[in-house]
Design a protein. Structure first.
Length: 357
């Protein structure tokens, strides 16, 4: 019995994507932490990435790190979201490395590592302009003076994150600012800092063009691996597949309706005032999948001529007037997952079953 809606994970394509990303980065002297958070660290995704040679995995949730640790005890685990002070004991238990910007948290991690009898690795996050996480470059020296006194904490790297909140593009200048922070930090800590983590999938264009400063030797990459595109212009990455994930949903209504709603128009289910174009009577279909399961703007119908008109929580409405095949109640339509927020919803929704192909 097939259950719908569901998402199909094409493991061959994911494997291929991981190989391309790892090899391209390796040729530029860049190590990769493969980021699993958008897929909630789904076991099939984790196993495929590990099989493709990913030896470091990153996630923003401790629950996901714990599940990866159980499946793949040998891989390095990186906690991507700044640790919560209330969870430092779990952080040192499940993560080899965490990204940090706060001295109170660093002290608490040191104490937790002491209690656990281990040393915890930290990457110091520096904000070079995107205004999400990170200390200012001029704070690095003072924070390192304090970190120097923490016996169970080892600064393994410096890092930055761009193009997430502010949409700031990774460029040579902000990468150089990060490198300067590395010099300051290693000067004060008195040991070399090997890892310089320049960012995420938004850094791909720099890698490809060869404009990444040589000293940047690490990236944390999710979207590029999973969706086969970089995240500044959302262009496809050569050699990768852009259709690793496919949502399959069943048609629950199909009939001809006007393209203009009938009656006075107020807000739709999500508080928007919808706008319609009158193109007369069209054949439409409803599939049993909604915004709770996927973001319609991030889906691409695989049947030619099918157009997504919109979606509410659990209905997606399609124009199938010009569809390349017949669309009847009970048929299953397929949609390639193209958008990051759609992929996020797909894996977070419990209502979609996850299937490997
Ligand atoms: C999510 C995340 C990444 C990965 O981002 P992608 O755009 O998916 O490559 C990297 N670093 C941090 C800190 C993140 O939170």
């Amino acid at each position: 019995m097939q259950r719908y809606p569901r998402v199909e994970i094409n493991t061959d394509k994911l494997f291929q994507n991981a190989r391309v990303i790892l090899e391209t980065c390796r040729a530029e002297g860049i190590d990769v932490t493969a980021v699993t958070k958008v897929t909630c660290a789904h076991p099939v995704v984790v196993q495929t990435l590990v099989r493709a040679g990913c030896s470091s995995l990153g996630d923003s949730r401790l629950r996901n790190l714990r599940s990866i640790r159980k499946q793949a005890p040998e891989v390095e685990l990186v906690l991507l979201r700044l640790p919560m002070l209330s969870l430092v004991d779990e952080v040192v238990r499940w993560a080899d490395l965490s990204l940090n910007s706060d001295i109170t948290t660093l002290r608490a991690l040191d104490a937790a590592a002491g209690r656990a009898g281990t040393t915890h690795g930290a990457i110091l996050m520096v904000d070079v302009g995107d205004l999400r996480e990170g200390m200012w470059p001029d704070e690095v020296a003072d924070i390192c003076k304090e970190v120097r006194e923490l016996p169970h904490l080892k600064v393994k790297g410096v890092g930055t994150n761009l193009a997430c909140y502010g949409g700031v593009r990774p460029q040579e200048e902000n990468m150089r600012a990060l490198l300067e922070s590395r010099e300051v930090a290693s000067g004060i800590l008195g040991h070399p800092i090997d890892l310089v983590s320049g960012g995420n999938s938004a850094n791909w264009l720099l890698v490809e063009s060869g404009d990444m400063p040589d000293a940047i030797n690490h990236l944390r990459i999710g979207e590029a691996l999973l969706l086969g595109c970089e995240s500044v212009e959302r262009t496809c990455i050569r050699g990768t597949a852009d259709d690793v994930f496919t949502v399959c949903a069943e048609v629950i209504e199909a009939r001809v309706k006007p393209s203009m709603p009938i009656g006075d128009l107020g807000q739709d289910a999500f508080g928007n005032l919808p706008v319609f174009e009158d193109c007369g009577l069209h054949r439409r279909a409803i599939v049993a999948v909604g915004r709770q399961d996927a973001v319609p703007e991030g889906l691409r119908p695989q049947m030619k001529g099918v157009k997504i008109l919109g979606a509410s929580s659990d209905h997606m409405i399609l124009d199938v007037e010009n569809a390349d095949g017949s669309v009847e109640v009970g048929d299953v339509l397929r949609f390639t997952v193209r958008g990051y927020s759609s992929l996020l919803a797909v894996f977070t929704s419990e209502y979609l079953s996850k299937v490997t192909v």
